[in-house]
Design a protein around this ligand. Structure first.
Ligand SMILES: [Fe+2]
Ligand SMILES: [Fe+2]
Length: 185
């Protein structure tokens, strides 16, 4: 069960960063620009690399195909819904990146646009994580064999090395701690 447990732990880290994003977006909306633009860059990099490339990569490249093989429907079933939500998440992150560039260029409407896309992303991802934790993962734990789960775990380590690289994972966790103290304490 380690493979699924690892994904659940990543969800906990993602939820924490969504709380940071919420506070950050409130401040940006209130002040028209971020107090610390570097923090916003760091968080957006986390959403692109850790959340999308790595975490969604593990789900899309390994977990979902294994579940399909075990008989879980893709197109009209839960996997199709998860894939669509990953896609919507990517679009929200892209919108935040564009809005941030406009904020940096001094455009007055851009802060509101950033906050709107941030809120869309937060509610999308929170409910996506709930569905995976409460529906999809229990399904995987029921339907996948011990040996498939062990294979998944090895595959996850490989994806992590390829997409994030050694050392970067630790760096992300350090960054989360720093942002947590700056925005949530
Ligand atoms: Fe997902
Ligand atoms: Fe997930």
């Amino acid at each position: 069960m380690k493979a699924i447990q690892d994904l659940r732990m990543e969800h906990d880290a993602v939820r924490l960063t969504l709380k940071v994003l919420e506070r950050m977006a409130q401040k940006i909306e209130r002040h028209g620009s971020p107090d610390n633009p570097q923090h916003v860059d760091q968080l957006l990099e986390f959403f692109t690399v850790f959340v999308d490339k790595c975490h969604h990569g593990k789900e899309e490249e390994l977990l979902f195909p294994a579940m399909e093989q075990a008989g879980v429907a893709r197109d009209k079933g839960p996997i199709g819904v998860m894939l669509r939500e990953h896609e919507l998440g990517r679009e929200c992150v892209q919108k935040m990146k564009t809005a941030l560039l406009r904020i940096k260029a001094g455009e007055s409407q851009a802060a509101k646009d950033f906050a709107r896309s941030a809120r869309d992303y937060i509610s999308l991802l929170n409910q996506h994580i709930d569905k995976e934790n409460n529906v999809l993962f229990p399904m995987a734990e029921r339907q996948l064999s011990e040996s498939t789960l062990a294979e998944l775990s090895k595959g996850f380590d490989r994806i992590e090395e390829q997409k994030i690289g050694v050392g970067k994972h630790e760096e992300f966790h350090k960054m989360i701690d720093q942002l947590e103290s700056a925005y949530l304490k």
